[in-house]
Design a protein around this ligand. Structure first.
Ligand SMILES: [Zn+2]
Length: 356
């Protein structure tokens, strides 16, 4: 038996993927919320989102059906702000690869119908623009802490209606309220404000307006950079980043390193060269992606213990035998971790008699 040259190939793999241009939104319904309103308001996001202007579309995961939720919601206070959060690796979010999560509940603070904060792109202080760093193309810092929204479907002193959902969503992209006289709030850029018109009842007709208590609204984000009311420009700046908060469900668990099976072979030459008998031996591997290389072991004569002979990177190899017949086994290895020898065995006969 002769060892062939050590041969371990190092496989490098990398992939380049296109950027995601879809914002996946997952709805979760908290106890006490109106499930029908939740579903309708979630659906309204697709209707109100300016897909054609931003180049980014909204996709509702789970067929647009909000999922009952409760334990996922984490509420906190930072200064005067209510922080809406959720474990960024929550299984429900991961399963649906949701960029954004929208909770529907009852009003949680008197008079407040919804809440959402972009902690990275908006200043922690009201009235100061934030920072967006598109390096090299997208800024996904918010993927871990600024992707959750809460919307009240009903509650105390909250005249809630469906536009609240798209309003709160807008905050996650850095869109801000009207500048005055309402609370300026947080926003990304100096022109990230909603349309300001002196008549409050008209002013409130924009989605990002803070005052929602009139009955008629224009369901558009404002778009006038010259008057610092370019909500739409802000959405266009940040939407691609939000769409890439989550790009795909996590891969299924990889298969695990497994012993080779079904080892078998054929004679490919006798006394070529003398005194060797050549065999081509092959085997099956149920999880080749976990295997870095294989070890070939042999028992010669066949009643002897198996000893390690050589490595191969592939699930087949040539084996050269002379003298006594040999039994051949293989095992799969991943760096220093190897399986047991596979169950099967190949009898590599030595047929070049009197070869010397
Ligand atoms: Zn707001």
């Amino acid at each position: 038996m002769r060892a062939l040259a050590l041969f371990i190939s190092c496989l490098l793999s990398f992939s380049v993927r296109a950027l995601d241009t879809e914002i996946s939104v997952l709805g979760l319904v908290l106890p006490g919320a109106d499930a029908n309103k939740s579903a309708m308001w979630l659906a309204s996001l697709e209707e109100f989102w300016p897909s054609s202007s931003t180049g980014i579309t909204i996709k509702l995961v789970n067929g647009g059906v909000p999922i009952p939720g409760q334990t996922q919601l984490q509420l906190g206070i930072a200064g005067s702000d209510l922080l809406v959060a959720m474990n960024s690796d929550d299984p429900i979010r991961n399963q649906h690869a949701a960029d954004v999560v929208m909770f529907f509940g009852r009003s949680f603070i008197q008079g407040v119908c919804g809440e959402a904060i972009q902690r990275n792109w908006t200043s922690l202080n009201d009235g100061i623009p934030g920072i967006f760093i598109p390096a090299p193309l997208i800024d996904t810092l918010g993927s871990e802490d600024s992707y959750a929204v809460i919307v009240a479907t009903e509650g105390v002193n909250c005249l809630s209606f469906e536009e609240v959902a798209i309003h709160e969503l807008g905050h996650l992209f850095g869109a801000g309220h009207v500048e005055t006289p309402e609370t300026t709030g947080k926003y990304l850029k100096a022109d990230s404000h909603a349309l300001h018109i002196d008549n409050i009842f008209v002013r409130a007709k924009t989605i990002m307006a803070e005052s929602f208590y009139t009955g008629i609204q224009t369901l558009n984000f404002s778009t006038q950079p010259s008057t610092n009311t370019d909500n739409l420009g802000t959405l266009s700046t940040t939407a691609l980043s939000v769409a890439n908060y989550r790009t795909a469900p996590p891969p299924p668990p990889p298969c695990t390193l497994s012993p080779p099976q079904n080892i078998h072979g054929v004679i490919t030459g006798i006394c070529t060269p003398s005194p060797w008998t050549r065999h081509f031996v092959t085997w099956d591997d149920s999880c080749p992606s976990a295997t870095s290389f294989y070890e070939i072991w042999a028992a010669q004569p066949i009643l002897n213990p198996f000893n390690f002979e050589f490595y191969t990177a592939f699930s087949s190899t040539e084996v050269f035998v002379f003298g006594e017949d040999a039994l051949i086994k293989a095992r799969a290895c991943e760096f220093f971790n190897c399986t047991s020898l596979g169950l099967g065995v190949y009898l590599a006969s030595s047929q070049c008699n009197g070869g010397f």
